[in-house]
Write a protein that binds this ligand. Structure first.
Ligand code: F6P
Ligand code: MG
Length: 507
């Protein structure tokens, strides 16, 4: 653990607000237990009362000591920021031009100010206008819902996203370092350290349809379904390797998480607590020459798994197009940006990342890389980065705050949301009962006319959990405290949506 994280553990920002004495003379008397029960049933809030500071069920906030929000706001974010500052110093030490150095020193000063605000639990100030298109969206949300809120008492999701937008501001106000990504080095490193799993996949999928010619249509469908089930799990568990949580993991630990063998996958299906994997497979087998969208999560190994999966969707004739949605700015440490996208495709074709690789292994990776770049040229694969994905809004607001994006997604046959943060945003990141049906938990993205079929592939790394059978979570609470943040468990959840209906937009 770094010095920063040790220091931040005891910092006041990691504590609940101080006890306050109130004069309650004019307020109603305290509720009795029976009345309290009734007040619990006021959730979920009716849609007209839902807003970013008032989710459908109670929000997680940094001062909730029982929640992962508390550990993240008080310890993880300062640690991540400390590592970011180290990264910038590394870059600065390799610079020779004085103007660029001075400009970078100013970025470091802004990073230190951000660290001060985070650790001093400052109020959330507006984002400085750096000319970017998202500033108005951010500042409107702060003014409407979070005026006077600080890092610890704003809803965790907003406070955490805000920190990454402030991190961006440290560079966007500079002259030479506008596009600097403090996480880029780390993202490249995890991919380079994943050789075993990388080659296992490249050697199996460089020619995915080898030996299919003699199969009857039924046998081909059966084979396709089995392959799809396997690849969906590869894509799902690829999400356990998230850099923001892997800070203390050894290379062995990472390899274990990335193991892609068939037996391993059969065993890990038991850990999918809300499991619509087979419904998903049945639905996908009906799609021919369709379009599937991925709302991406992490770069490096996870992105590689997504690409292998998407490649199979094209090769099998399921899709004629796959659209990938990445981030415009460095986000939650490991999320994919355009630079990460280009890096992985080019590394597969031209790179020398894996020292002990055999010629066959390198060749299989090249074959994939060439094919993937060709898909891009032909428009079969598209990388897009709508600014909405890097705001503090949840996806309950996608329809109202980004109607263009909603309309675009409504043309898709399936939108796959990868990872923990996307899942938090789908479900408004609040304290819903564990067995809340997924389509209720994602609100408008399931119920609005035109909503596409939505699937969440997520390894569970934070408090919000929905869509699992009653009793399962309660049992784990007793037997395995920490199950919600270990990444050992997952959900594969599906909503049918209302595809084909015309979206309606209120004024
Ligand atoms: O910082 C907390 C968090 O947002 C969690 O949701 C999760 O642990 C991590 O960061 C991001 O995970 P993922 O990359 O799967 O979205
Ligand atoms: Mg991520």
């Amino acid at each position: 653990m770094t010095e920063t994280s040790q220091a931040s553990k005891g910092h006041p920002s990691a504590k609940a607000p101080q006890k306050t004495v109130l004069n309650l003379g004019n307020l109603p008397p305290k509720l009795k237990a029976s009345e309290l029960k009734q007040s619990a049933s006021q959730y979920p809030r009716t849609p007209s009362r839902v807003n970013p500071n008032q989710p459908p069920w109670p929000a997680y906030r940094g001062y909730h000591e029982y929640s992962f929000a508390h550990a993240t706001m008080g310890v993880r974010l300062p640690t991540i920021l400390g590592k970011a500052i180290d990264d910038v110093w590394k870059t600065l030490n390799q610079e020779y031009d004085e103007e660029r150095i001075v400009d970078l020193v100013n970025c470091i000063h802004r990073l230190e100010d951000l660290m001060g605000d985070l650790q001093g639990n400052s109020k959330l100030r507006p984002i400085i206008d750096d000319g970017a298109g998202d500033v108005a969206l951010w500042n409107k949300e702060i003014a409407k819902f979070f005026r006077g809120k600080d890092f610890m008492n704003a809803p965790w999701l907003f406070a955490e996203a805000y920190k990454y937008r402030r991190l961006r501001e440290c560079f966007s106000l500079s002259k030479f370092w506008v596009d600097y990504d403090v996480f880029f080095r780390q993202k490249c490193d995890t991919f380079s350290r994943s050789n075993q799993a990388v080659f296992e996949l490249s050697q199996r999928f460089a020619e995915p349809h080898k030996g299919n010619a003699h199969l009857s249509p039924e046998a081909k469908l059966e084979k396709d379904k089995l392959l799809f089930l396997e690849l969906t799990q590869v894509c799902l568990w690829g999400n356990s390797t998230d850099l923001s949580l892997l800070i203390d993991m050894t290379e062995e630990d990472i390899k274990k998480l990335q193991s892609t063998g068939g037996d391993h996958l059969a065993a890990t299906e038991k850990n999918i607590l809300g499991n619509k994997l087979h419904d998903l497979a049945d639905y996908v087998m009906t799609i021919k020459n369709g379009r599937i969208d991925f709302v991406l999560d992490n770069a490096g190994f996870e992105l590689y798994c997504d690409l292998v999966y998407a490649d199979w969707l094209i090769q099998s004739g399921t899709c004629s197009q796959v659209i990938f949605h990445g981030k415009k700015i460095p986000w939650f440490v490991s999320d994919v940006t355009k630079k990460d996208w280009d890096w992985i495709l080019n590394s597969c074709v031209y790179g020398q990342l894996f020292q002990d690789a055999t010629d066959d292994q390198v060749e299989s990776l090249r074959t994939l890389g060439h094919r993937w770049k060709q898909y891009e040229k032909e428009g079969k694969w598209k990388y897009e980065a709508h600014p909405f994905w890097c705001t503090g809004y949840t996806f309950w607001d996608l329809h109202s705050e980004a109607p263009d994006l909603f309309q675009h997604l409504s043309d898709s046959d399936l939108v796959i949301f990868k990872g923990d943060l996307n899942h938090r945003k789908l479900t408004y990141d609040c304290h819903a009962p564990l067995d809340t049906p997924f389509n209720q938990a994602i609100g408008p993205l399931a119920s609005e006319p035109g909503a596409p079929p939505v699937c969440s592939l997520r390894t569970i790394k934070s408090d919000v959990v929905v869509g699992i059978p009653a009793g399962v979570g309660e049992k784990l609470d007793e037997e395995e405290p920490g199950w919600k943040i270990s990444g050992k468990y997952a959900v594969v959840l599906l909503s049918e949506g209302r595809k084909g209906e015309t979206p309606v937009y209120n004024q």
